[in-house]
Structure formats: C-alpha cells, structure tokens
Design a protein around this ligand. Sequence first.
Ligand SMILES: Cc1ncc(COP(=O)(O)O)c(C=O)c1O
Length: 667
Amino acid sequence: MPETQIAGDLSHTLAQMSAWFAGPKAENGDWFTASLTSIAHDYYSWRRNYFPEDGVIIDSRMRREAEDFQDAFNDRLLELLARLKGDFPFQSPRYAAHMVAEQTLPSIAGYFAAMLYNPNNVSADSAPVTVRLELEACAMIAKMLGYGPESWSHLTSGGTLANIEALWMARTVKYLPLVVADMREQLALPAMPQRSKLEKLHMSPDASLHALAQVFDDAYASFGKSDDTVTRCIRAYVDSPHNIVEQGLARIVRALDSSPVLLVPETHHYCFEKALDTLGIGRGAIRPVAVDAEFRMRVDDLEAVLQRVEDAGDHVLAVVAVVGTTEEGAVDPVNEILRLRSARERAGLGSFWLHADGAYGGYLRTLTIPSRIGLGAPVTTARLNGREVELPLKLPEHSACDALERLGECDSITIDPHKLGYIPYPAGAICFKSNLVKPIARQDAPYIEGAPRDVQYERTSQSIGLYVLEGSKPGAAAAGVWLSHSLIPLDNTGHGVLIRETVRNACELHALLEQYAEHVATPMRAICVCPPGSNIVCYAFMPANNLAPLAQINELNRRLFARFTLEDGQRVYDQRFFVSRTTLAPSRYAAETVAPFLTRLNVTPPAYEHAGGVFLLRSTLMNPWYSPAKKRGRFFLSELVAELFSAAEHEWNEFRSSQPSAAVMTA
Ligand SMILES: Cc1ncc(COP(=O)(O)O)c(C=O)c1O
C-alpha cells in the first residue's frame, strides 16, 4: 500500500464519516434518537393495522392492574441502565484496547427495527423478509471479497462458527473424490481418470466439487432426468463407504491408513483448536507454519510442512491463511500461497483447500476496491511535551494489497461484520467460492422448508437453514448488516476510508511508542513486537538500560495493564485510557520467530521459554476519531503514550522499591 497510490482528496469522505456513527459525545444522538422513536412508532402502527377490527385485548382496567409490574419494570430498568454504565467506553478515542468500537448508526437502526419483528433466519418460513436481506447483504460482502455470483455466503454468530463451518466443508470436500468414485461404480458410470486413492486425495477442491456435479449430469444423460435418477444418485452418495458425513472420520482414516492434518500459521486464532476438537479430528492435527518477523506466514515453511505431511503419509485437510491476525493485524501472503498451490497442482502434488480467516481483517479489502487507495503520507503530527512534532510512519507494505486482491481465489473466507464492519454482535459471515458446497452441506428437518435434491437447483436455492451449521439465527443481524452496507459503500470511497484511518492511527501509535524517548526525557522504553500489519499494535515497556530480566519486564507490563483497564467494580468515569493485553507464548511462537523482538528486549531464547513468554500490551485502533480530534486540538494518541510512559516509570520505581536491592537491575 505505497504512498504513490493515494486516492485524491479524501477529506470529503472523512466529513461524511462523521454521520455514520453516534460520535464520542453522542453528537448525532438527537436525530438518531428521533429515528429510533420513529421506528418504534412505525412498528406499533403496523401491529395496530393488522386486523384493526379485532379490537384491543389489554384494556385500561387490565393495564391499571398491571401498574405494580410497570413500577418494578422501571426500577429494574434503571438498575440495568446503571449497571451498563460500568461497561467500557468503546466510542471514545481513549479506548485503544480490544477489537471493538462504535457501531454504525444504520446497523443499529436496521438491527433495532428488525429485532422488533424478531425474525428467525433459519428459514424463510419464519423470516421471509430478513432471509432475503441476509442473502443480499452477503452478496455485497462476497463481492467485496472478490467472489463472483457462483459463491455462497451467509451470516453466522461470529468468526469462530464461520471457521468451524469452513473446516466442516473442507473436510467433506477432501474425501469427495473417493465418494464420487464409489458413486460412479454403484451407478455403472464410467470411472474417474484419477486411479489411485492418493491421486484422488490430491485433487483440487474445485475439481472435487465439479466431479460430484458431473455424476448427476452423467446420470441424467444415462438414465434420464427424473426424480428416480436423483434418488439413485443420492442413494449412491449416502451409501459410499467414503462418505464422511454418514460414516464418520474414524472409518475413513482406517480405510485410508492416513490422517487429516490442518496447516495454520503460528499466529492462528485459538478457535481452530476448538474447530478440530468439535469436528472430532483432534487438536493434535494442527501443523503450525512459521511466520516471519512481521508475523506473516512463511511460504517456504508452508512448502516444507506440506512435504513433511506427505512424508508421514498423512493428508492435508486445509491450509489456513490469516487476514488480520488477532495480535498483530498481519496479513498472510495469500497470493504466494496461491502460487504455491498452483505449482503443486501443475507438478502433480497435492492441492489443498485454502481458507482465509479474515474474521478481523476481511474488510481491509475495501482499501483495494475498485483500485488501491494507498495509506497516505508516511508521516504524521503528534504533540509531545506540549510541542507539535512530525513523526515518520512505518506503513504496512504494498505486499498486503497483493494478498488482499487475490482473496477471491480462496475456497472459503471468514469475515466478521461485528469486527471491522462496525456492526453490532452477533454478525460473522462465512463465504464459499463455490455454491456447489451447498448440496453437501444440506441437513434436512421436517419443520423447515425443503428443496428439490438437485445439485443445480440447490446451488441457487434461496434457502439458508438447510445449508448451515447453526439453527435459529437473528434476522435482526441481517437487517443491520444490510442497512449499513447498503449505505456505506464497501469500497475505497466509503468503508475503505474508515479502514485507512484506522491503519494510519495504528502506525501513529507505533511511531509514538518507538520514538517517544527521542522527544521526551524518560528512563523507560516501549518496544513494539513489529510494525502494525493493519491496525493493531502489541508492545512491552522496559527500563531503558535494557538490563531487567524477563520476569521483571513481565511484572512491569502486568502492572501497567492493571492501570489501563477497569478493576472489578471500578467506575468507568474514573479511568482515563484503556489498552488490552496478550501473551507472546513459546507454546505458539518459536523463539526463532520472535528473535528480533526478544533481541530488542535483551531476552535470550531460554529466558523466553523459562518465563512462559512475554506479557504484552495490545491496542486495537478501531476508533475513527483521532484525526478529527486533532483538528480540534486534542492529540489522544500522544496523550495515551505520555500516560503509558509516565505510568511505566511510576510502576517500575514502585516495583524496584518493593524488592530487595540485589533483585532488581537499576534503570
Ligand atoms: C483472526 C480471528 N479469527 C477468528 C476469531 C473468532 O471470532 P469470534 O470471536 O467472532 O468468534 C477472531 C476473534 O478475535 C479473530 O481475530
């Protein structure tokens, strides 16, 4: 994302952006409250106009008798509202902690409006309107991700469920060529060209899915297109001894004498362990792939791990690329992984299902639509020691865009509207490149709408519930996503401008942390794990003399975290700034991977192992208000960093004075 590719004047869109949210001081609160009131009025009119002649049932006498309940309701509501004030102020630029910020006003309005109707998107029988809205909203998301009209996407409760669903499909598709071979034999159709089981397991996901569709086409050609032919095909599919859906994993593994493994970068989210546990594959099936110093998957290591899997006689269920890692916001080189996959396919080596976990970073792609927007000048203004200074920025590299632009070639993509989509929870989404996965995902229930069991029909069927893991799901979430994405374009004139702001803000925080000591006298240093891959920064404070052992550095940062979050029962109004925390653990990151960071902390690999990792402070910069605030004279990121440094000095002195003198290295 180099400077040369900056789009023209974005200040116009930045001004527009101010109408997308309520604002830190509820600047848009009045008109939005009026809008919410009108939604409620409109909804209650709708109730009244449904057979008005039916007459009222709750008359004024009954309402009077219920006054005690109304009093109790008002009391309890006040209590609830008071308790909610103990929550974190996500809207404020003082909050630089977890992956959460303001939600867009359209998403709240859409959610609120549909919530009153309470549709259940498991089926159009119970949600005729919001099922359609879900399909329309997902079509917008899929297009933004680079998928075409032959894709299949739906909303989920979040990224975890979406990732589980992706692996659920990857698993079924993995063994599909074996099932297809069985079906062909059963139906007396010509055999597949791939002869051995290994050749079949090496087939690409696309080829496997088309092979299944081809069985139906060939059966129609041989036996005529009729319900009877479809039933015969389905029977052959269900009866296949390699059908994992019916037979379960254990039988397939026994038959193949080979086990499935999942290749994920060291940075992967912990939900992949959950997924393997849930799917009965087992967490032991994870094969970690090393990442580089900026926490992006190393494709040379991926190639080596693929080879080791093959040498061990196992087979690859899927490879996961992370687009926006949870700790660093790093974007894996999807383009290079795709290049490796094509090279393997050409060489007759195993292909693999490529899943992109864009739960956090999927919306980064708006920076590239219709063309790369660029990240602006690699410099920013900060206010340090009362003076305005220019700080050079280390902006994420051009290569991130190469990865984002080719996302649409992955077999599946997770993306969370409830993260960088700025939509209320729960709103995740899973998108599949091919809608041919639908027939194999299908689960029938007697009480939800059915669909003919024909591959071509099912590809475009407007049903959701038949093809998803979850059951009941909120139509309100679909309405929220739909209204927001319809109003704020998912491209570099709309959502991309917001994303660009957040990336620049993270780079500013990184620059402030790293360069503070050049501008202000301090005995402390902040060391960032790496420059932000998008809009998350992880860092640790240490004394400037570089002599403290890791246990003491960890203690310092633990104490700092405690000062920058809410203590149990603490009033939020008393807390000036917020950051979150994480741990760089040896169980996830090999010492070689984090060597550059450890060197800067003056920590040896054995010390890293011994201490169980490095306790880190973590700031997700989703808040959109930093640069508008600067125009009004408030430099919140500079203030945050000054407070962090001053708290670090204070905590370090406190810690030193609490220890026997020999135990602490002087700063
Ligand atoms: C990269 C990544 N994947 C998956 C998830 C899980 O998403 P959710 O919390 O919505 O289930 C997260 C959550 O932070 C994430 O960062």
